[in-house]
Design a protein around this ligand. Structure first.
Ligand SMILES: Nc1nc2c(ncn2[C@@H]2O[C@H](COP(=O)(O)OP(=O)(O)OP(=O)(O)O)[C@@H](O)[C@H]2O)c(=O)[nH]1
Ligand SMILES: [Mg+2]
Ligand SMILES: [Zn+2]
Length: 345
């Protein structure tokens, strides 16, 4: 018997359910097949037919890290019948929607759920890109968990301290650590996150070393790792599906590298990421200041005196616009083809 509490289950996740259902945690998702862990151990599961009828949005489909209730079947696939309320979730914009007229429908894609820390993994080779880091910080804060920035491959960059310092200056509340999975450098400073029953999610581009870090902290080769072309930082998308790995009481969700991270409903996250700019905006004379030509505009003043970096301001505007655009264009009522198909059966 497995105690699901070891996998982070607690009473906050409990839902009113029909008799005969047991809680489980999703550890892998493959198209329509799920791997989960429950009191009987690791099992395969599918969504129950009625599950599709009951959910409203695609984002209510189980993802790795989710707790669910299922009907256990010792002879075959168990049937997932309810998704438990999420404590945290990392969302991005899914642009793969179908074109409706000229407008492509976009929707929320939940990458992982119910984690305590988001490890934003950035490689210290040419992958280092402040715009991308800001996006991850915004989405991570929005997720409801604590962001941690991990700069990998410190062994390849003698300048790593400058990168750490630059980020620390801008993000005083976020832990920034440089590590090397090859030499083991810096790994001890991550130990504080490896606590009992905590879940960490590793996010970042392909090839930055997410799976290598899983292996380094595990002390064994759990995940596949492939060499990349370090000269142009192109990853090879080695990890192909999200997976929750249990390591000596701590759980890590390793994910495939993301090509792009579109902001999804991340207003609060963006505001916190650019807290310095939000402070300036609050100082503008007019509360509806457009920061263009109004008198008493604190943003203009900061830009003119060099206190605020013009590029940072532009990136902030871009993320805000993208976020609002997403809100307007998302087809909230659109369901995935699959759901429609099954409903119509
Ligand atoms: N020098 C050096 N190479 C590293 C380090 N960490 C990872 N690598 C190398 O970077 C390459 C990619 O590592 P992975 O761990 O597969 O990267 P990933 O982020 O999991 O990539 P995806 O699964 O495609 O998202 C491999 O060749 C690793 O050996 C490091 O700390 N130092
Ligand atoms: Mg990987
Ligand atoms: Zn202003």
């Amino acid at each position: 018997m497995i105690d699901l509490k070891e996998y982070g289950w607690n009473s906050d996740y409990e839902e009113e359910i029909k008799e005969g259902l047991i809680p489980a945690r999703i550890i892998e998702v493959h198209r329509d097949m799920y791997k989960a862990v429950c009191e009987h151990g690791e099992i395969n599961a599918k969504l129950k037919g009625t599950f599709y009828k009951e959910i409203k949005y695609d984002c209510d489909m189980p993802v790795v890290g989710d707790f669910v209730y299922l009907q256990y079947n010792q002879y075959g696939d168990s049937l997932i019948s309810k998704l438990c309320r999420r404590k945290s979730k990392f969302s991005r914009t899914d642009f793969s929607g179908h074109a409706v007229g000229y407008v492509k429908t976009i929707k929320e894609q939940v990458v992982a759920a119910n984690f305590d820390y988001v490890f934003i993994i950035v490689s210290l080779n040419q992958d280092f890109n402040i715009n991308r880091i800001e996006r991850y910080i915004g989405a991570a804060i929005q997720s409801g968990a604590e962001p941690v920035i991990v700069l990998t491959k410190a062994d390849l960059n003698s300048d790593y301290k400058n990168y750490v310092e630059e980020l620390k200056l801008q993000y005083t509340d976020i832990d920034v650590t440089a590590v090397s999975s090859v030499t083991g450098f810096g790994l001890e400073s991550l130990e504080k996150y490896f606590n009992k029953r905590k879940t960490l999610v590793f996010l970042g581009s392909s090839g930055v070393g997410k799976s290598s870090l899983v292996n380094a902290v595990a002390g064994q080769n759990i995940m596949n790792v492939n060499s990349i072309r370090e000269d142009d930082s192109k990853g090879r998308h080695t990890t192909t599906h999200r997976q929750l790995i249990m390591l000596d009481k701590t759980m890590i969700i390793d994910t495939p590298g993301m090509r792009e991270l579109g902001m999804w409903n991340a207003e609060e996250g963006i505001k916190s990421t650019f807290a310095d700019i939000e402070d300036l905006i609050n100082e503008c004379k007019f509360s509806d200041c457009s920061h263009k030509s109004e008198p008493g505009c604190a943003v203009k003043h900061a830009l003119n005196t060099g206190i605020l970096d013009e590029k940072r301001w532009k990136r902030y505007l871009q993320l805000r616009e993208e976020n609002t655009f997403g809100k307007q264009k998302s087809a909230y009522t659109k369901k995935e083809k699959l759901i429609k198909k099954i409903k119509n059966q």
